[in-house]
Ligand binder design. Structure first.
Ligand SMILES: [Zn+2]
Length: 348
């Protein structure tokens, strides 16, 4: 499972390999970029490459993925390797000072097997202030054999003092086509499903690999029923659907899908790339809706949905949010316009 299995990130990996080749590895790195695109995996692969027992016989500064050392790192049992991460089950996941003390203890001793003691800190932006200060001290005077890899999707939440002591490597979400190819290979999906999933996960491969495809398709079907004129045309049906969805706590998911439907109608209206449609299998309906729709109103509504989603935690009234969005979509879709009146006959 060497670097070769990482989707995208060629530039970051090339930078790492070049540092490895020239013996110029920094003592601390910050791998940053969107969540779940492969930053952590790359950090693990670097740790494996540094310790791999078969590395000398491998080309290209990679790891074999199957020697004892590579397996121990994968299992987090290697004596010169430690992963620190917040407890993600907690409401506010944090990396506490005890965790950093643990690293400090381990760093007192030289590596047992390899040349480096490697510490990966995942979601490093979750360090408490105390933990960050403790880590800063270690980063200021690292032992020559220490290697820190901080991983973060919110690097600006890290203290500037820590950032400045790490060599920063930015990771970009890999191209959709690469994510699709990986999904076809690793999840044995037909191309249409792979494309759908890559789109739903916005190219975040880590998420796309585990996302429940059937659940997504079910949400999509439900949303399609909701935007059907038979529902959207009836205020009673709208109110009842909003109530049920909010009660079942499915409001957020459906709102997300409503946003995707509106985005697709807009894309069709402006002649966007059909490859990027969530509802590619419903082109006829999209085209029909686009013909009736008011572009400005849809654009406003799309922005409104983004706002609601960002404030979801502070505005828990999902039922009202859904009602508002559906009623406005009804208007934007031309379903609430009064029938055109017949001009009165003059002279009567
Ligand atoms: Zn190996």
């Amino acid at each position: 499972m060497p670097f070769r299995d990482i989707i995208g990130h060629e530039r970051s990996i090339a930078a790492i390999k070049s540092a490895l080749a020239h013996g110029r590895l920094a003592h601390a790195y910050l791998f940053h970029g969107e969540a779940r695109i492969g930053k952590f995996l790359t950090a693990v692969r670097l740790a494996q490459a540094l310790n791999c027992e078969a590395a000398a016989s491998l080309e290209n500064l990679d790891s074999c993925g199957i020697c004892r050392s590579c397996l121990q790192i994968a299992a987090r049992t290697h004596p010169d390797y430690v992963v620190i991460e917040p407890d993600r089950e907690l409401a506010v996941p944090q990396i506490k000072i005890e965790h950093i003390r643990e690293i400090e203890q381990q760093l007192i001793y030289r590596p047992l097997i390899g040349e480096k003691k490697i510490c990966i800190i995942d979601d490093a932006d979750r360090l408490t202030i105390g933990a960050a200060n403790a880590l800063l001290k270690t980063l200021e005077e690292p032992p020559p054999y220490g290697l820190f890899i901080l991983v973060s999707s919110r690097p600006m939440a890290l203290p500037a003092t820590i950032r400045s002591r790490c060599q920063s490597l930015r990771f970009l979400a890999p191209a959709f086509t690469k994510v699709e190819a990986a999904l076809i290979l690793k999840r044995a999906l037909p191309p249409a499903d792979a494309q759908f999933l890559a789109l739903c996960c916005e190219g975040r491969i880590g998420e796309a690999l585990v996302q429940d495809l059937a659940a997504l398709r079910a949400q999509q079907r439900e949303c399609l029923c909701l935007v059907d004129p038979s529902t959207l045309g009836s205020i009673t049906a709208i109110l009842s659907a909003a109530e049920t969805l909010a009660k079942d706590e499915r409001g957020g998911d459906i709102l997300n899908w409503l946003g995707r439907w509106i985005r697709d109608v807009i894309l069709v209206l402006v002649g966007g790339d059909p490859e990027r449609l969530f509802h590619r299998d419903h082109l006829d309906r999209l085209a029909h809706d686009a013909k009736q729709a008011d572009l400005d109103m849809l654009l406003e509504l799309s922005a409104e949905i983004d706002r609601i989603e960002q404030q979801a935690a502070r505005h828990p009234n999902m039922q009202m949010a859904l009602e508002t969005v559906l009623l406005r979509l009804r208007e934007a879709s031309g379903l609430s316009r009064p029938p055109s009146r017949v001009a009165p006959v003059s002279g009567s």
